[in-house]
Ligand binder design. Structure first.
Ligand code: NAP
Length: 279
């Protein structure tokens, strides 16, 4: 009997994770299968319990369930609880553990691209699940962070919670505050786009308001990986800034999940090639 894992989301058919993990299992000769698990919002709790009943080794969790799965789990890591999102579930003999591998995946992707976040000044666009994981990671690396979001109250909520945890003040701005955002960017080393603006099919959209420019000294980390080059990445390239695409975060969050489920070192290059072929 193969061992099963999968990805829960709604919708989920766009996910690249099955291709990435199945390629890894195949390369290592492991009799494991990674399935698409479409789960409607009302069925989240039952679906999580089903992992136990069906003896799945675990699952990934994607939009919109990363927060909703938490009450159905037996244990949640300190990090995932602070971030408020679980993207990886591990079934340890019937005990369901929740992890957040987006945070470490982002850190590994940044470092792999040669950017050391320790002590840097970062501006993070967005206040959803990805932004929370990224702000957590940056604060843990002793970076200073400004959070900019369309809905200011959501940015403030994030800043209050994670600021209290790390005992730092996190400034917030609405995404519409062009001049203040320009000032923040002028002082920053790193800009992270953790909004969904620019994601396919709205590939011409940029999260930056009209008139705001990217300083050439900045490094842009774009979390979006479809398209490979977003409108914001184009703006940053034209400005002469350094640009890192979202594929690395996808790869490394998956690699950490793979290791948690299988206790086996993930074949990173096989997984990278599988995502690239999918994209
Ligand atoms: P989410 O929780 O739904 O958050 C979405 C964010 O985008 C919010 O801050 C939202 O602002 C903002 N937003 C949405 N539409 C907007 C618009 N029209 N104008 C301005 N802001 C807008 O989603 P998430 O899970 O954090 O994902 C965010 C992005 O991260 C997605 O593009 C996703 O693909 C990417 N991601 C990448 C990886 C990876 O491995 N590379 C992993 C996780 C996520 P409001 O609060 O105002 O609604």
């Amino acid at each position: 009997m193969p061992t099963y894992v999968g990805i829960m989301g709604w919708p989920v058919s766009h996910s690249r994770s099955p291709a990435m993990h199945n390629a890894a299992f195949q390369a290592l000769g492991m009799d494991w299968r990674y399935l698409f698990l479409p789960v409607a919002p009302d069925d989240v709790e039952e679906a999580v319990c089903g992992l136990r009943a069906l003896r799945f080794a675990g699952a990934n969790v994607t939009v919109p369930h990363k927060r909703a799965v938490i009450p159905a789990l037996d244990r949640v890591t300190v990090e995932a609880r602070a971030i408020g999102a679980v993207n990886t579930i591990v079934n340890r003999d019937g005990v369901l553990e929740g992890h957040n591998t987006d945070a470490i995946g982002f850190l590994r992707a940044l470092r792999e691209a040669g950017f050391e976040p320790r002590g840097c000044r970062a501006v993070v666009l967005g206040a959803g699940g990805a932004a929370r994981a990224i702000v957590y990671t940056l604060l843990a690396a002793k970076a200073t962070v400004t959070v900019v979001n369309r809905t200011l109250s959501r940015a403030r909520h994030l800043a209050e919670e994670l600021g209290a945890l790390f005992r730092v003040h996190i400034p917030t701005l609405p995404l519409s505050a062009g001049p203040a955002l320009q000032t923040a960017l002028a002082k920053a080393d790193l800009l992270v786009n953790a909004t969904s603006v620019g994601m396919a099919p709205n590939v011409d959209a940029s999260p930056l308001p009209d008139g705001v420019t990217i300083p050439p000294t900045l490094t842009l980390y774009e979390t979006i990986y479809t398209p490979r080059e977003t409108a914001l990445m184009g703006q940053a390239h034209r400005a002469g800034a350094r640009v890192i695409g979202g594929l690395g975060m996808l790869l490394h969050q998956g690699a950490v999940a793979f290791e948690l489920w299988t206790a086996t070192s993930p074949p990173l290059e096989v997984m990278r090639r599988a995502i690239e072929a999918e994209l």
